[in-house]
Ligand binder design. Structure first.
Ligand code: C2G
Length: 445
């Protein structure tokens, strides 16, 4: 008898899950299905799981494919299960390719092709809240998005659009999703859009997606002019759709803890914020070759402006830019100095100059410091005049951290506005306005 085992959350049970179980069963004579507990999903960073364990087990049972259903409670359990149940084959969807190769020492490992198309007929029939996401753009950030989206229950990455057939197909093949080279077909088969194309194309893509009735999650910087941001937010509102700027730091739990403490009065009244983020970029990359929309401020400015606006608000009295240019005239190091009614702030970013990336929030009683990579906040300290008194805080930050914004975006689509405060429309528009001022000063707008 050939014994097969597979594992999963199987939340919001859909045809991808059904087909996976069907083929896993087909590999042998006896199928064991391991279903993850809520606690295990939490530790492995799976967000937004909707169905209870009981419902998820019941859905698997109803397929008739499982001969036995077990509970997966912890990391490392798979090896023990394989030994305990004398398993011959471990099967899992191909979105996990390579990840479970370590089990080859214990049994055969089979990756079954993931189901690309979650059909709208099926979703409608089940009244399912699954959002099929279509990605616009095939760059590095788009590739980072997919594994993160996989860990948010309730979204399924359906495909990618790029007008260049070869790029679209190469990307789609790598991630086992559909390739679209026309927007009509793309919009037909998806519910929401993730815009991950070059900055200057965002405005047109967002407008078009909203016009087609799609919610939009757009990579930062959403747009580079205040007027464009305001117009798009108004248009989204008029259409009853969510338009959401993806600055991952704004949605990660550690950054929230830091803001909460900063605003709690522990360090007194805040008078100064300094945020720095530098990343030495390859000279051949778009960021350093696009002399109109490239450069350090458009690339990293959103991250360094974020804590400043969150702490001092949107109303600054003055902003001044100091910039170091390369021979092409592109800013490789930029410092934006702000004056607010109650304090001052400096936002520093660089693609061609390396500096110490740190976030410092100084108050009348003490200061908070978070070292690089503070934009993926997982640790920070609170210091006081008494150097011996240091409070240390840590918080979870999983993977690339995009899952947090995807999860909040999904909640907003589902009518829950409790995370709207994390990055308000006004804050997004203010950032676009500052980008616009900078580009004007540089003579690029
Ligand atoms: N699946 C699929 N096609 C889809 C979606 C999912 O074939 N469109 C597969 C997954 O690859 C997985 C199974 O369905 O094999 C269950 O998917 P999830 O519920 O998302 O669970 P997952 O997070 O993949 O569980 O121990 C847990 C496992 O390691 C992974």
């Amino acid at each position: 008898m050939t014994k097969v085992i597979t594992y999963g959350t199987f939340d919001l049970f859909h045809e991808g899950h059904y087909r996976l179980l069907q083929r896993a069963k087909g590999l042998g004579d006896y199928l064991i299905v391991g279903v993850t507990t809520e606690a295990y999903d939490k530790t492995r960073g799976k967000l937004n799981v909707v169905d209870s364990l009981v419902t998820r087990i019941e859905n698997i049972r109803k397929t008739g494919f499982a001969d036995e259903i077990i509970i997966e409670e912890s990391q490392g359990q798979k090896v023990n299960d394989i030994r305990k149940f004398h398993i011959d084959i471990f099967a899992i969807g191909s979105d996990w390719i390579g990840e479970f190769d370590y089990l080859k020492d214990f049994c055969k490992v089979v990756y079954l092709e993931r189901t690309k198309n979650i059909s709208s007929t099926m979703l409608r029939a089940q009244n399912s809240p699954i959002q099929r996401i279509g990605i616009i753009g095939t760059g590095r950030i788009a590739a980072r998005f997919i594994p993160e989206a996989r860990l948010v229950s309730g979204v399924s990455t359906q495909g990618v659009y790029n007008p260049h057939t070869e790029s679209a197909e190469r990307f789609a093949e790598r991630w086992e999703i559909n390739a679209y080279t026309t927007l009509e077909k793309f919009y037909d088969e998806i519910d929401t859009v993730y815009v991950a194309s070059p900055h200057e194309t965002h405005y047109d893509y967002i407008r078009d997606a909203l016009a087609h009735g799609k919610h939009v999650l757009c990579e930062k910087p959403m747009v580079l002019q205040r007027g464009q941001a305001e117009e798009l937010f108004a248009y989204a509102k008029e259409k009853g759709l969510i338009l959401f700027e993806g600055i991952k730091t704004a949605y990660c739990p550690g950054f929230h803890k830091l803001l909460g403490i900063a605003c709690s009065g522990t360090i007194g009244s805040i008078r100064n914020v300094e945020a720095c983020f530098t990343k030495l970029e390859n000279a051949a990359n778009r960021e350093l070759t696009d002399t109109v929309y490239g450069g350090s401020f458009t690339e990293l400015g959103s991250y360094v402006m974020l804590p400043i606006l969150k702490i001092f608000g949107k109303e600054f009295d003055e902003v001044r830019f100091d910039t170091i240019h390369d021979e092409k005239g592109l800013d490789i190091f930029t410092r934006a100095c702000f004056r607010f009614p109650t304090g001052i702030a400096v936002a520093t970013c660089g693609l061609g100059v390396k500096s110490e990336g740190r976030l410092l929030v100084a108050g009348t009683k003490g200061y908070i410091v978070a070292e690089a990579p503070w934009w993926k906040t997982s640790y920070f300290e609170v210091h006081y005049e008494d150097a011996g008194r240091v409070e240390k805080y840590s918080e979870i930050f999983l993977g690339d951290g995009l899952r947090y914004e995807i999860s909040d975006f999904l909640s907003m689509i589902n009518g829950n506005s409790s995370s709207e405060f994390k990055l308000t429309r006004g804050e997004s528009a203010t950032m676009a306005g500052i980008m616009g001022l900078f580009l004007e000063e540089e003579g690029r707008l």
